[in-house]
Design a protein around this ligand. Sequence first.
Ligand code: GDP
Ligand code: MN
Length: 383
Amino acid sequence: MKLQEYRSKEILARHGVPMLAGETATTPAEARGAAERIGGPVVVKAQVLVGGRGKAGGVKLAASPEEAEARAGEIIGLDIKGVTVKTVLVAPAADIAKEFYLGLILDRAARAVTLIASPEGGVEIEETARTNPQAILRLPLHALIGLQPHNVRRASFFLGIPAELRRDFGAVLDGLHRAFVEADADLAEINPLVITDDGRLLALDAKIVLDDSALPRHPDLEDMRDLNEEEPSETAAREAGINFIKLDGSIGCMVNGAGLAMTTMDLVKLAGGEPANFLDIGGGAKADRVLAAFRIILDDPNVKAILVNIFGGITRGDEVARGIVEARAGLEREVPMVVRIVGTNAAEAAEILRQANLITATSLDDAAARAVAAASRASGATA
Ligand code: GDP
Ligand code: MN
């Protein structure tokens, strides 16, 4: 889960990372009020979960509260890479002498939390990696000890931090590292970390990405989720305990098990179709979860057919079949449905499906082919 800049900054501030805290605003008038309270020049910043806000016109300086109101008026409602800005952060403006990049990521290939630093701050690190890779330091940290003093010295010298700021730099990096570990983050970055004209070190931008699997340990961080930037269907799925990712095709897939769901998508493609989603309904699914899954799938108007692929283990096939029949009766929209249930109680399941007049299949290839055929017939009929 990605956190907005102002949320990421909240977390880093708790760990002593120096910054100029601000206030969020959702209207130009609120932005003006915030600027009045802050006093002096401010920066108005779009709060959206995409990078490169500065280049897209989402970060603007304002010398007075009136200007802050005007800039906020320009930024709120702006479309940045497909996301409409709803909230801005108004913060005291800093005079920048030098910008750095400083980040920690969980590098799965290196099997280590890795420190990344660059004296070419401000721009996106991916761009620096392309244009000037030698300007980037990558330092895998010790898996058990974490950040060590020699790591801090190495980063500090690589960045050319002046001697009088090295102690402060150590505190920034240490705070970033503690925040990363404590929050179970996949990424925590400060870009830019700046030295101001008057010689202070400040975090001007922050981004934290949390490990979704660790979120149950952090109810306070879960509350920082921004539903404004989540697909509504993905929100509904998360609330129903269903693992769901929306895609662009026309074949809705309802599968138990992540591996089987991936295989099902592969076979849909092999049969000439495009999956509309990845959906893992999880183990031991009962009628209510089946119904929730159907609703989520059918909420997508692109879906022209549904392929249900269940491997009964602990999950009993007849229970899922009953769930499907029950759920179908409660659905607002009807599309052709191809069902394959194998494993525990498959025979009972087949009988229930047959009585309900559902298209069944035993082999997965056959099921995928039938679903693709049904979807193309349905698209042909509506075209
Ligand atoms: P991003 O483009 O989404 O990464 O947004 P940032 O918060 O990093 O802002 C982009 C750029 O705007 C920074 O690299 C700075 O150059 C500039 N910027 C941000 N805040 C300030 C500020 O307080 N003062 C000045 N002078 N520039 C700022
Ligand atoms: Mn930035």
